[in-house]
Design a protein around this ligand. Structure first.
Ligand SMILES: CC1=C(/C=C/C(C)=C/C=C/C(C)=C/C=C/C=C(C)/C=C/C=C(C)/C=C/C2=C(C)C[C@@H](O)CC2(C)C)C(C)(C)CCC1
Ligand SMILES: [Fe+2]
Length: 483
């Protein structure tokens, strides 16, 4: 299994019909596209980190009980440059690349200078997102790449910076029921300020010009970073009907380190730092007024990549996240660790902090006369608390919902609404996932699914037609499961 992490995958651009054991529900029709690294070796050069590999797009077309599979490498500018040079020439998250080792001294100096503000990679390997009517492969830089749903061909490159001030953006946007896309990113040093930006990319209208969704893109709120040179890193955010939830965590990007990384010969990942003595600030942004609520909600130092869901109930914002007590997760994805055998990985894995799904309950209003130290959460059925402190601070303590889950998904019809079920990967200290899990928040019970020789990826929930219940759609997999 360990060789899995070393080998380059072959692309399979022509549809291959899958052999099916059991039965695919007839109502399941359409195409699922997945993304991820597929190539970690180019010529004689190798990447260091799982998140560096060349993006390989996969599609699974479900049609009348049959499945057709295709895959194709994203023809990013990065991919083309690497292929042409037959070596890694563009830097990725965990690998700093130096374009031409044989350049003369002047060319080298010029190359160093042009890297002070580096042009980031367009190797969009993290996710597939929708903007307007179109699908894009995404990463966390300022670039996304349009792709063709049918053929998986790579189309134009969109640079967010042409439309809004954004140097980094998440790969986990949100969507509303009108087809608008909301994303968040970081604008570094624009007009001397570093800020987090929430953007709205509108749904296309009939007759719109190409890229209209980007030219009509608007910044709906800017949140100043607490520090000009150390903005927080973030991988996702939450959205309720009326609020956006942004967590400014003490896992931060050091801009000075970033600007000198190329000269110092270190990778981008080393520019991220963990400040365990700092607080984690919780920002709620009112979607109507576009203003940040003035109460200073905070919690202890934590690291979060994935928000699960967020909603409002009786004057509170409730949000669930998968969080860690430190920043060790990204270190686990260095290939030298993933290539360890199961026993060694397990030993290593246990030195990394394990995630838990945590629920925060944020009271939107409270009586100003209430004594300091009082828990101002008035919702029942939660142990999450919010203690009033002086100077407008409120200290929030989460309720632990579930331990050891990651890559959370929900029935997206319930995004921003009160919900009951989380689908996720069960974290085990094995390099390749073997279990998926369905968690019931109401009863606090979990169902797991595994099968020999199956390595399930992040589960994706698809609603059954005429679904009445939130989990109508998963019964084929979870009906006969063990508790
Ligand atoms: C360029 C640049 C930057 C960044 C650039 C790039 C390219 C960033 C790319 C980021 C990527 C690919 C992020 C991916 C995140 C993926 C995450 C959080 C995945 C988590 C997966 C987990 C926890 C899986 C756990 C497991 C499960 C579920 C089952 C088990 O069996 C196995 C196990 C433990 C692995 C910067 C550092 C932001 C700025 C500077 C400049
Ligand atoms: Fe993610």
């Amino acid at each position: 299994m360990q060789s899995f992490f070393g080998n380059n995958r072959r692309e399979s651009p022509k549809p291959v019909k899958a052999q099916i054991r059991g039965e695919i529900p007839k109502w399941l029709q359409g195409t699922l596209i997945r993304n991820g690294p597929g190539m970690h070796k180019i010529g004689d050069t190798v990447y260091n980190h799982w998140f560096d590999g060349m993006a390989l797009l996969h599609s699974f077309t479900f049609k009348d009980g049959e499945i057709f599979y295709r895959s194709k490498y994203l023809r990013s500018d990065t991919y083309r440059s690497n292929m042409e040079a037959n070596r890694i020439v563009v830097s990725e998250f965990g690998t700093m690349a130096y374009p031409d080792p044989c350049k003369n001294i002047f060319a080298k100096a010029f190359s160093y200078l042009s890297h002070t503000i580096p042009d980031f990679t367009d190797n969009c390997l993290i996710n597939i997102i929708r903007c307007g009517e179109d699908l894009y492969a995404s990463t966390e830089t300022n670039y996304i790449r349009k792709i063709d749903l049918e053929t998986l061909e790579t189309n134009e490159k969109v640079d967010y910076r042409k439309y809004v001030a954004l140097n980094l953006a998440t790969s986990h946007p949100h969507y509303d029921t009108n087809g608008n896309t909301y994303n968040m990113g970081t604008s570094i040093g624009d007009k001397g300020k570093t800020k987090y930006q929430i953007i709205k990319i509108p749904q296309s209208k009939p007759g719109d010009k190409e890229h209209a969704c980007f030219t009509n893109c608007e910044v709906i709120c800017s949140i100043p970073s607490r520090s000009l040179l150390r903005p927080s890193y973030f991988h996702s955010f939450g959205m309720t009907e009326n609020y956006i939830v942004f967590i400014e965590q003490p896992f931060k990007l050091d801009i000075l380190k970033l600007a000198t990384a190329y000269f110092r010969g270190v990778n981008w990942a080393s520019c991220l730092g963990w400040y365990p003595n700092d607080k984690t600030y919780i920002h709620l942004i009112d979607r109507e007024t576009k203003k940040i609520l003035s109460t200073k909600y905070y919690t202890d130092a934590l690291v979060v990549y994935h928000h699960v869901n967020a909603y409002e109930e009786d004057g509170h914002v409730i949000f669930d996240i998968v969080a860690y007590n430190d920043n060790s997760l990204y270190d686990m994805f260095y290939l030298k660790i993933l290539k360890l055998d199961d026993a060694a990985f397990e030993k290593q894995g246990k030195t990394f902090s394990s995630p838990s799904c945590r629920r925060f309950v944020i009271p939107l209003q409270h009586d100003k006369n209430v004594e300091l130290g009082t828990n101002i959460v008035t919702l029942e059925n939660t142990t999450a608390s919010a203690l009033k402190e002086k100077d407008g601070y409120v200290y929030c303590k989460p309720e632990i919902l579930f331990e050891g889950i990651e890559l959370p998904r929900i029935n997206y019809d319930y995004n921003g609404k009160k919900y009951r079920y989380i689908y996720a990967s069960k974290v085990q200290w094995r390099p390749v996932p073997t279990k998926i899990i369905k968690c019931d928040i109401l009863t606090k019970t979990c169902y797991e699914w595994r099968e020999d020789h199956c390595w399930p990826a992040e589960p994706v929930f698809v609603r059954a037609p005429e679904a009445k219940e939130e989990d109508d759609g998963d019964y084929h997999l979870f009906h006969s499961m063990c508790l």
